[in-house]
Design a protein around this ligand. Structure first.
Ligand code: AMP
Ligand code: ZN
Length: 466
Protein backbone atom coordinates (compact mmCIF):
# COMPACT_ATOMS: atom_id res chain seq x y z
CA UNK A 1 0.00 0.00 0.00
CA UNK A 2 1.41 3.36 -1.05
CA UNK A 3 0.64 6.68 0.62
CA UNK A 4 1.86 10.20 -0.07
CA UNK A 5 3.99 11.80 2.61
CA UNK A 6 3.77 15.60 2.76
CA UNK A 7 7.20 15.80 4.40
CA UNK A 8 9.23 13.77 1.89
CA UNK A 9 6.80 14.80 -0.91
CA UNK A 10 6.81 11.25 -2.20
CA UNK A 11 4.41 8.37 -2.44
CA UNK A 12 6.04 5.59 -0.46
CA UNK A 13 5.21 2.08 0.68
CA UNK A 14 3.30 2.19 3.95
CA UNK A 15 4.74 0.24 6.88
CA UNK A 16 3.76 0.47 10.51
CA UNK A 17 6.57 1.74 12.71
CA UNK A 18 6.56 -1.31 14.96
CA UNK A 19 5.76 -3.86 12.28
CA UNK A 20 2.92 -5.07 14.47
CA UNK A 21 -0.03 -4.23 12.22
CA UNK A 22 -1.17 -1.43 14.51
CA UNK A 23 -1.48 2.05 13.04
CA UNK A 24 -1.48 5.01 15.39
CA UNK A 25 -2.94 8.09 13.82
CA UNK A 26 -3.71 11.65 14.92
CA UNK A 27 -6.03 14.06 13.13
CA UNK A 28 -6.42 17.73 13.90
CA UNK A 29 -10.04 18.22 14.83
CA UNK A 30 -12.42 21.17 14.72
CA UNK A 31 -12.34 24.41 16.64
CA UNK A 32 -15.82 24.29 18.12
CA UNK A 33 -16.75 27.96 18.00
CA UNK A 34 -19.27 27.48 15.20
CA UNK A 35 -20.74 24.78 12.92
CA UNK A 36 -18.23 22.83 10.85
CA UNK A 37 -18.70 23.54 7.13
CA UNK A 38 -18.53 21.06 4.28
CA UNK A 39 -14.85 21.96 3.67
CA UNK A 40 -14.01 20.87 7.21
CA UNK A 41 -16.05 17.73 6.63
CA UNK A 42 -14.01 16.94 3.53
CA UNK A 43 -10.91 16.78 5.73
CA UNK A 44 -12.66 14.35 8.09
CA UNK A 45 -13.97 12.25 5.22
CA UNK A 46 -10.36 11.95 4.08
CA UNK A 47 -9.33 10.87 7.60
CA UNK A 48 -12.12 8.31 7.58
CA UNK A 49 -11.30 6.94 4.15
CA UNK A 50 -7.69 6.53 5.21
CA UNK A 51 -8.78 4.65 8.32
CA UNK A 52 -11.14 2.45 6.30
CA UNK A 53 -8.47 1.63 3.70
CA UNK A 54 -6.01 0.70 6.45
CA UNK A 55 -8.63 -1.52 8.07
CA UNK A 56 -9.49 -3.06 4.71
CA UNK A 57 -5.81 -3.99 4.57
CA UNK A 58 -6.18 -5.68 7.99
CA UNK A 59 -4.41 -3.04 10.05
CA UNK A 60 -5.80 -2.17 13.45
CA UNK A 61 -6.14 1.60 13.64
CA UNK A 62 -5.99 3.56 16.86
CA UNK A 63 -6.87 7.15 16.05
CA UNK A 64 -7.18 10.35 18.00
CA UNK A 65 -9.02 13.52 17.11
CA UNK A 66 -8.84 16.63 19.21
CA UNK A 67 -11.60 19.12 19.85
CA UNK A 68 -10.13 22.61 20.09
CA UNK A 69 -12.09 24.43 22.76
CA UNK A 70 -9.37 26.89 23.75
CA UNK A 71 -6.30 28.55 22.27
CA UNK A 72 -7.16 28.92 18.56
CA UNK A 73 -6.90 32.63 17.88
CA UNK A 74 -8.65 34.40 15.03
CA UNK A 75 -5.39 34.10 13.11
CA UNK A 76 -3.35 30.88 13.05
CA UNK A 77 -0.26 33.03 13.69
CA UNK A 78 -1.21 33.88 17.28
CA UNK A 79 -2.84 37.19 16.49
CA UNK A 80 -6.29 38.32 17.56
CA UNK A 81 -8.63 36.92 20.13
CA UNK A 82 -9.55 33.37 21.08
CA UNK A 83 -12.22 32.18 18.60
CA UNK A 84 -14.18 30.57 21.44
CA UNK A 85 -14.37 33.80 23.47
CA UNK A 86 -15.44 35.83 20.42
CA UNK A 87 -18.24 33.37 19.73
CA UNK A 88 -19.34 33.25 23.41
CA UNK A 89 -19.62 37.05 23.50
CA UNK A 90 -21.55 37.10 20.25
CA UNK A 91 -24.01 34.43 21.30
CA UNK A 92 -24.23 35.61 24.94
CA UNK A 93 -23.34 32.16 26.22
CA UNK A 94 -20.47 30.75 28.24
CA UNK A 95 -17.50 29.37 26.30
CA UNK A 96 -18.26 25.96 27.74
CA UNK A 97 -21.86 26.06 26.46
CA UNK A 98 -20.59 27.13 23.05
CA UNK A 99 -18.06 24.28 23.04
CA UNK A 100 -20.68 21.71 24.10
CA UNK A 101 -23.22 22.86 21.57
CA UNK A 102 -20.90 22.89 18.56
CA UNK A 103 -19.11 19.70 19.62
CA UNK A 104 -22.44 17.89 19.65
CA UNK A 105 -23.37 19.34 16.27
CA UNK A 106 -20.01 18.18 14.92
CA UNK A 107 -20.37 14.65 16.31
CA UNK A 108 -23.81 14.44 14.74
CA UNK A 109 -22.31 15.40 11.37
CA UNK A 110 -19.65 12.69 11.70
CA UNK A 111 -22.40 10.16 12.27
CA UNK A 112 -24.54 11.45 9.42
CA UNK A 113 -21.60 11.15 7.05
CA UNK A 114 -20.84 7.60 8.24
CA UNK A 115 -17.45 8.71 9.56
CA UNK A 116 -16.26 6.07 12.00
CA UNK A 117 -15.88 7.56 15.43
CA UNK A 118 -12.18 7.99 16.23
CA UNK A 119 -10.89 5.76 19.04
CA UNK A 120 -10.33 8.86 21.15
CA UNK A 121 -12.03 12.23 20.77
CA UNK A 122 -10.32 14.52 23.24
CA UNK A 123 -10.88 18.08 24.37
CA UNK A 124 -8.06 20.59 24.76
CA UNK A 125 -9.47 21.96 28.04
CA UNK A 126 -9.23 18.47 29.58
CA UNK A 127 -5.48 18.37 28.91
CA UNK A 128 -4.09 21.63 30.29
CA UNK A 129 -1.80 19.75 32.67
CA UNK A 130 -0.27 17.71 29.80
CA UNK A 131 0.29 20.94 27.86
CA UNK A 132 1.99 22.63 30.82
CA UNK A 133 4.25 19.58 31.26
CA UNK A 134 5.13 19.67 27.57
CA UNK A 135 6.03 23.37 27.76
CA UNK A 136 8.12 22.72 30.88
CA UNK A 137 10.17 20.14 28.95
CA UNK A 138 10.73 22.61 26.13
CA UNK A 139 11.73 25.24 28.67
CA UNK A 140 14.19 22.91 30.40
CA UNK A 141 15.78 22.13 27.03
CA UNK A 142 16.21 25.84 26.27
CA UNK A 143 13.74 26.29 23.40
CA UNK A 144 11.50 28.90 25.01
CA UNK A 145 11.62 32.53 26.11
CA UNK A 146 9.20 34.80 27.90
CA UNK A 147 7.95 38.21 26.71
CA UNK A 148 5.23 40.46 28.06
CA UNK A 149 2.28 38.52 26.63
CA UNK A 150 3.44 34.94 26.99
CA UNK A 151 5.89 32.07 26.67
CA UNK A 152 7.18 31.60 23.14
CA UNK A 153 9.00 28.92 21.14
CA UNK A 154 12.21 30.11 19.48
CA UNK A 155 12.08 28.60 15.98
CA UNK A 156 15.68 29.58 15.19
CA UNK A 157 16.76 26.82 17.60
CA UNK A 158 15.16 24.13 15.44
CA UNK A 159 17.19 23.60 12.29
CA UNK A 160 14.41 21.74 10.44
CA UNK A 161 11.85 24.52 10.83
CA UNK A 162 10.10 25.05 7.48
CA UNK A 163 10.89 21.62 6.03
CA UNK A 164 7.25 20.52 5.82
CA UNK A 165 6.19 23.59 3.88
CA UNK A 166 9.47 23.70 1.98
CA UNK A 167 10.26 27.19 3.18
CA UNK A 168 13.40 28.39 4.88
CA UNK A 169 13.13 30.88 7.71
CA UNK A 170 14.28 33.57 5.28
CA UNK A 171 11.46 32.68 2.84
CA UNK A 172 8.98 32.78 5.65
CA UNK A 173 10.37 36.12 6.79
CA UNK A 174 9.93 37.57 3.33
CA UNK A 175 6.28 36.52 3.33
CA UNK A 176 5.64 37.54 6.91
CA UNK A 177 2.65 39.68 7.64
CA UNK A 178 3.23 43.16 8.99
CA UNK A 179 1.48 43.12 12.33
CA UNK A 180 4.05 40.96 14.05
CA UNK A 181 4.74 41.18 17.73
CA UNK A 182 7.88 43.35 18.02
CA UNK A 183 9.02 41.55 21.15
CA UNK A 184 9.33 38.20 19.41
CA UNK A 185 12.84 37.10 18.46
CA UNK A 186 11.67 35.73 15.09
CA UNK A 187 8.34 36.44 13.34
CA UNK A 188 7.60 32.69 13.21
CA UNK A 189 8.06 32.19 16.95
CA UNK A 190 4.76 31.03 18.35
CA UNK A 191 2.99 31.18 21.69
CA UNK A 192 3.08 28.14 23.93
CA UNK A 193 1.35 29.92 26.77
CA UNK A 194 -0.43 33.28 26.65
CA UNK A 195 -0.87 35.43 29.74
CA UNK A 196 -4.37 36.71 30.45
CA UNK A 197 -5.93 39.25 32.75
CA UNK A 198 -7.62 37.84 35.89
CA UNK A 199 -11.06 38.69 34.48
CA UNK A 200 -10.46 36.70 31.25
CA UNK A 201 -13.06 33.95 30.73
CA UNK A 202 -10.69 31.03 30.11
CA UNK A 203 -7.64 30.87 32.34
CA UNK A 204 -5.46 28.40 34.22
CA UNK A 205 -2.61 28.64 36.72
CA UNK A 206 0.81 27.75 35.36
CA UNK A 207 4.47 28.08 36.41
CA UNK A 208 4.57 31.23 34.22
CA UNK A 209 1.40 32.84 35.52
CA UNK A 210 -2.32 32.85 34.81
CA UNK A 211 -3.06 32.15 31.17
CA UNK A 212 -4.22 29.95 28.30
CA UNK A 213 -2.31 27.44 26.21
CA UNK A 214 -1.36 28.28 22.63
CA UNK A 215 -3.21 26.39 19.90
CA UNK A 216 -0.34 24.27 18.58
CA UNK A 217 0.72 22.76 21.90
CA UNK A 218 -2.58 20.95 22.40
CA UNK A 219 -2.00 18.60 19.47
CA UNK A 220 1.56 17.76 20.55
CA UNK A 221 0.51 17.12 24.15
CA UNK A 222 -2.56 15.05 23.36
CA UNK A 223 -0.88 13.01 20.63
CA UNK A 224 1.91 12.15 23.08
CA UNK A 225 -0.57 11.14 25.77
CA UNK A 226 -2.67 8.84 23.59
CA UNK A 227 -0.24 7.65 20.93
CA UNK A 228 3.16 7.81 22.60
CA UNK A 229 6.51 9.26 21.56
CA UNK A 230 6.49 7.97 18.01
CA UNK A 231 3.42 7.31 15.89
CA UNK A 232 2.50 6.44 12.33
CA UNK A 233 0.35 9.11 10.68
CA UNK A 234 -0.76 12.67 11.32
CA UNK A 235 -3.50 14.16 9.16
CA UNK A 236 -5.05 17.58 8.67
CA UNK A 237 -6.25 20.02 6.06
CA UNK A 238 -3.69 21.62 3.75
CA UNK A 239 -4.05 25.02 5.47
CA UNK A 240 -2.42 23.51 8.55
CA UNK A 241 0.74 22.57 6.72
CA UNK A 242 2.53 25.91 6.76
CA UNK A 243 2.03 27.02 10.36
CA UNK A 244 0.23 24.64 12.69
CA UNK A 245 2.04 21.50 11.61
CA UNK A 246 5.45 23.16 11.28
CA UNK A 247 4.95 24.24 14.88
CA UNK A 248 3.82 20.81 16.01
CA UNK A 249 6.94 19.26 14.46
CA UNK A 250 9.17 21.85 16.14
CA UNK A 251 7.58 21.24 19.56
CA UNK A 252 7.58 17.45 19.22
CA UNK A 253 11.05 16.96 17.88
CA UNK A 254 12.62 19.43 20.30
CA UNK A 255 10.84 18.09 23.40
CA UNK A 256 11.48 14.45 22.59
CA UNK A 257 14.79 14.79 20.78
CA UNK A 258 13.70 12.73 17.79
CA UNK A 259 11.16 12.52 15.00
CA UNK A 260 7.70 11.87 16.46
CA UNK A 261 5.39 11.66 13.43
CA UNK A 262 6.37 9.11 10.82
CA UNK A 263 4.12 10.35 8.02
CA UNK A 264 2.23 13.59 7.42
CA UNK A 265 -0.83 13.57 5.19
CA UNK A 266 -2.93 16.55 4.13
CA UNK A 267 -6.27 16.95 2.44
CA UNK A 268 -6.61 19.66 -0.21
CA UNK A 269 -9.26 22.33 0.05
CA UNK A 270 -12.87 22.19 -0.90
CA UNK A 271 -13.85 25.29 -2.81
CA UNK A 272 -17.34 26.53 -3.52
CA UNK A 273 -18.25 27.80 -6.98
CA UNK A 274 -14.55 27.97 -7.81
CA UNK A 275 -13.57 30.14 -4.85
CA UNK A 276 -13.05 30.24 -1.14
CA UNK A 277 -15.92 29.59 1.21
CA UNK A 278 -16.73 32.66 3.20
CA UNK A 279 -19.47 33.88 5.45
CA UNK A 280 -19.76 37.14 3.49
CA UNK A 281 -20.44 35.20 0.28
CA UNK A 282 -23.04 33.17 2.14
CA UNK A 283 -21.52 29.94 0.82
CA UNK A 284 -20.20 28.30 4.00
CA UNK A 285 -22.59 25.39 3.74
CA UNK A 286 -23.03 22.91 6.54
CA UNK A 287 -24.25 19.32 6.26
CA UNK A 288 -27.60 20.52 7.65
CA UNK A 289 -27.82 23.09 4.82
CA UNK A 290 -27.43 20.27 2.30
CA UNK A 291 -30.12 18.23 4.07
CA UNK A 292 -32.44 21.25 4.04
CA UNK A 293 -31.95 21.50 0.30
CA UNK A 294 -32.99 17.87 -0.18
CA UNK A 295 -29.62 16.11 -0.26
CA UNK A 296 -28.46 13.32 1.99
CA UNK A 297 -25.08 13.52 3.76
CA UNK A 298 -24.07 10.42 1.80
CA UNK A 299 -24.65 12.28 -1.48
CA UNK A 300 -21.89 14.59 -0.26
CA UNK A 301 -19.76 11.61 0.71
CA UNK A 302 -20.16 10.18 -2.81
CA UNK A 303 -19.32 13.59 -4.28
CA UNK A 304 -16.10 13.74 -2.21
CA UNK A 305 -15.02 10.22 -3.14
CA UNK A 306 -14.92 11.14 -6.81
CA UNK A 307 -11.79 13.27 -6.42
CA UNK A 308 -8.40 12.45 -4.92
CA UNK A 309 -7.92 13.98 -1.49
CA UNK A 310 -4.77 15.65 -2.85
CA UNK A 311 -6.66 17.66 -5.46
CA UNK A 312 -8.75 20.75 -4.95
CA UNK A 313 -12.42 19.93 -5.13
CA UNK A 314 -14.96 22.40 -6.42
CA UNK A 315 -18.38 22.18 -4.84
CA UNK A 316 -21.46 23.20 -6.80
CA UNK A 317 -25.06 22.15 -6.30
CA UNK A 318 -25.11 20.86 -9.89
CA UNK A 319 -22.26 18.49 -9.04
CA UNK A 320 -23.98 17.45 -5.82
CA UNK A 321 -27.18 16.76 -7.75
CA UNK A 322 -25.21 14.58 -10.19
CA UNK A 323 -23.75 12.70 -7.21
CA UNK A 324 -27.18 12.22 -5.73
CA UNK A 325 -28.44 10.65 -8.95
CA UNK A 326 -25.31 8.52 -9.33
CA UNK A 327 -25.54 7.25 -5.77
CA UNK A 328 -29.16 6.32 -6.11
CA UNK A 329 -28.39 4.45 -9.35
CA UNK A 330 -25.46 2.73 -7.73
CA UNK A 331 -27.65 1.66 -4.82
CA UNK A 332 -30.24 0.28 -7.23
CA UNK A 333 -27.59 -1.57 -9.19
CA UNK A 334 -26.08 -3.12 -6.06
CA UNK A 335 -29.51 -4.17 -4.82
CA UNK A 336 -30.40 -5.74 -8.15
CA UNK A 337 -27.64 -8.29 -7.45
CA UNK A 338 -28.97 -9.02 -3.99
CA UNK A 339 -30.40 -12.47 -3.30
CA UNK A 340 -29.79 -13.64 -6.87
CA UNK A 341 -28.84 -17.24 -6.27
CA UNK A 342 -26.89 -17.78 -9.44
CA UNK A 343 -23.68 -19.80 -9.37
CA UNK A 344 -20.88 -18.09 -11.27
CA UNK A 345 -18.92 -20.22 -13.72
CA UNK A 346 -15.13 -20.43 -13.43
CA UNK A 347 -14.53 -17.62 -15.94
CA UNK A 348 -16.93 -15.34 -14.08
CA UNK A 349 -15.31 -16.20 -10.75
CA UNK A 350 -11.96 -15.23 -12.21
CA UNK A 351 -13.41 -11.97 -13.55
CA UNK A 352 -14.89 -11.14 -10.19
CA UNK A 353 -11.58 -11.68 -8.44
CA UNK A 354 -9.87 -9.49 -11.06
CA UNK A 355 -12.31 -6.68 -10.21
CA UNK A 356 -11.50 -7.10 -6.54
CA UNK A 357 -7.76 -7.02 -7.29
CA UNK A 358 -8.11 -3.87 -9.39
CA UNK A 359 -10.16 -2.26 -6.64
CA UNK A 360 -7.55 -3.09 -3.98
CA UNK A 361 -4.79 -1.79 -6.26
CA UNK A 362 -6.65 1.50 -6.71
CA UNK A 363 -7.36 2.21 -3.04
CA UNK A 364 -3.85 1.13 -2.11
CA UNK A 365 -2.47 3.66 -4.56
CA UNK A 366 -2.72 6.61 -2.19
CA UNK A 367 -6.48 6.15 -1.71
CA UNK A 368 -7.53 6.45 -5.33
CA UNK A 369 -11.23 6.33 -4.54
CA UNK A 370 -12.35 7.83 -7.83
CA UNK A 371 -10.78 5.00 -9.78
CA UNK A 372 -12.04 2.46 -7.22
CA UNK A 373 -15.60 3.76 -7.69
CA UNK A 374 -15.27 3.31 -11.44
CA UNK A 375 -14.13 -0.27 -10.93
CA UNK A 376 -17.14 -0.95 -8.73
CA UNK A 377 -19.52 0.44 -11.35
CA UNK A 378 -17.89 -1.69 -14.06
CA UNK A 379 -18.11 -4.81 -11.92
CA UNK A 380 -21.78 -4.28 -11.14
CA UNK A 381 -22.67 -3.54 -14.74
CA UNK A 382 -20.57 -6.10 -16.53
CA UNK A 383 -20.92 -9.10 -14.26
CA UNK A 384 -24.09 -11.21 -14.48
CA UNK A 385 -26.55 -10.72 -11.66
CA UNK A 386 -25.38 -12.74 -8.71
CA UNK A 387 -25.23 -12.63 -4.96
CA UNK A 388 -21.46 -13.10 -5.20
CA UNK A 389 -21.20 -9.78 -7.03
CA UNK A 390 -23.41 -8.20 -4.38
CA UNK A 391 -21.10 -9.51 -1.64
CA UNK A 392 -18.04 -8.13 -3.45
CA UNK A 393 -19.72 -4.71 -3.75
CA UNK A 394 -20.47 -4.71 -0.03
CA UNK A 395 -16.82 -5.53 0.69
CA UNK A 396 -15.82 -2.55 -1.46
CA UNK A 397 -18.32 -0.41 0.36
CA UNK A 398 -16.37 -0.96 3.57
CA UNK A 399 -13.98 1.60 2.08
CA UNK A 400 -16.60 3.90 0.53
CA UNK A 401 -18.90 3.96 3.55
CA UNK A 402 -21.97 4.61 1.40
CA UNK A 403 -24.30 2.17 3.18
CA UNK A 404 -24.90 0.32 -0.06
CA UNK A 405 -26.28 -2.67 1.81
CA UNK A 406 -29.17 -0.56 3.00
CA UNK A 407 -32.15 -0.24 0.73
CA UNK A 408 -32.86 3.43 1.03
CA UNK A 409 -35.90 5.09 -0.49
CA UNK A 410 -36.34 3.33 -3.81
CA UNK A 411 -39.00 5.45 -5.46
CA UNK A 412 -42.03 3.99 -7.19
CA UNK A 413 -41.66 3.16 -10.86
CA UNK A 414 -41.34 6.37 -12.79
CA UNK A 415 -43.34 7.06 -15.90
CA UNK A 416 -40.29 7.27 -18.15
CA UNK A 417 -39.70 3.51 -17.97
CA UNK A 418 -40.49 2.03 -21.42
CA UNK A 419 -43.43 -0.39 -21.75
CA UNK A 420 -41.10 -3.11 -22.92
CA UNK A 421 -39.18 -3.01 -19.64
CA UNK A 422 -42.38 -2.91 -17.62
CA UNK A 423 -43.58 -5.94 -19.53
CA UNK A 424 -40.33 -7.87 -18.92
CA UNK A 425 -40.54 -7.00 -15.22
CA UNK A 426 -44.11 -8.30 -15.04
CA UNK A 427 -43.11 -11.50 -16.78
CA UNK A 428 -40.23 -11.92 -14.36
CA UNK A 429 -42.51 -11.42 -11.43
CA UNK A 430 -44.81 -14.14 -12.75
CA UNK A 431 -41.85 -16.49 -13.21
CA UNK A 432 -40.78 -15.80 -9.65
CA UNK A 433 -44.26 -16.50 -8.33
CA UNK A 434 -44.21 -19.82 -10.21
CA UNK A 435 -40.81 -20.56 -8.63
CA UNK A 436 -39.18 -20.65 -12.09
CA UNK A 437 -36.05 -18.92 -10.81
CA UNK A 438 -33.93 -19.65 -13.89
CA UNK A 439 -36.44 -17.80 -16.06
CA UNK A 440 -36.81 -15.03 -13.47
CA UNK A 441 -33.04 -14.47 -13.31
CA UNK A 442 -32.74 -14.50 -17.09
CA UNK A 443 -35.41 -11.82 -17.39
CA UNK A 444 -33.80 -9.76 -14.67
CA UNK A 445 -30.52 -9.96 -16.60
CA UNK A 446 -32.30 -8.88 -19.78
CA UNK A 447 -33.77 -5.89 -17.96
CA UNK A 448 -30.33 -4.95 -16.63
CA UNK A 449 -28.79 -5.17 -20.11
CA UNK A 450 -31.26 -2.51 -21.18
CA UNK A 451 -30.17 -0.20 -18.39
CA UNK A 452 -32.73 -0.88 -15.65
CA UNK A 453 -32.51 -2.47 -12.23
CA UNK A 454 -35.28 -4.48 -10.71
CA UNK A 455 -35.36 -4.39 -6.95
CA UNK A 456 -37.55 -6.65 -4.89
CA UNK A 457 -39.21 -5.16 -1.88
CA UNK A 458 -41.92 -5.99 0.63
CA UNK A 459 -44.67 -4.79 -1.74
CA UNK A 460 -43.41 -6.53 -4.87
CA UNK A 461 -40.70 -4.87 -6.94
CA UNK A 462 -39.44 -1.52 -8.20
CA UNK A 463 -37.74 -0.54 -11.43
CA UNK A 464 -34.98 1.99 -11.58
CA UNK A 465 -32.79 3.40 -14.36
CA UNK A 466 -29.10 2.66 -13.82
P1 AMP B 1 -10.52 24.32 11.93
O1 AMP B 1 -11.79 24.05 12.69
O2 AMP B 1 -10.47 25.65 11.28
O3 AMP B 1 -9.30 24.03 12.76
O4 AMP B 1 -10.51 23.28 10.71
C1 AMP B 1 -10.81 21.92 10.88
C2 AMP B 1 -10.21 21.11 9.73
O5 AMP B 1 -10.81 21.43 8.47
C3 AMP B 1 -8.73 21.34 9.54
O6 AMP B 1 -8.11 20.09 9.27
C4 AMP B 1 -8.66 22.27 8.35
O7 AMP B 1 -7.44 22.16 7.69
C5 AMP B 1 -9.79 21.74 7.51
N1 AMP B 1 -10.36 22.70 6.54
C6 AMP B 1 -10.72 23.97 6.77
N2 AMP B 1 -11.26 24.53 5.66
C7 AMP B 1 -11.25 23.58 4.70
C8 AMP B 1 -11.66 23.50 3.32
N3 AMP B 1 -12.23 24.54 2.69
N4 AMP B 1 -11.47 22.34 2.66
C9 AMP B 1 -10.91 21.27 3.27
N5 AMP B 1 -10.50 21.27 4.55
C10 AMP B 1 -10.67 22.40 5.27
ZN1 ZN C 1 -3.53 20.10 15.35
Amino acid sequence: MKLYDSLTKEKTEFKTINNDGIVKMYSCGPTVYYYAHIGNMRAYLFMDTLKRVLEYNHYKVINVMNITDVGHLTSDEDEGEDKMSVSAQKEHKSVYDIADFYTNAFLKDLERLNIKKPTYIVKATDHIKEMIDFIKTLEQKGYTYIISDGVYFDVSKFADYGKLSNMSLEDKLAGARVEINEEKRNPQDFALWKFVEPNHIMKWESPWGLGCPGWHIECSAMAKKYLGDYFDIHTGGIDHLTVHHENEIAQNDCALGHKVVNRWMHCEFLQVDGGKMSKSLNNCYTIQDLIDKGYSPLDFRYFSLQTSYRKKLNFTFEALQASKIALSRLRALVNSHKNVKRELNSKEILNLSLYMDKFTEAINDDLNTSSALGIMWDMLKEMPLSEDVYNSAIRMDYVFGLDLDKEIEVKTNDSSIPDEILHLAKERNEAKKNKDYTKADKLREQIKEQGYAIIDNANGYELKKI
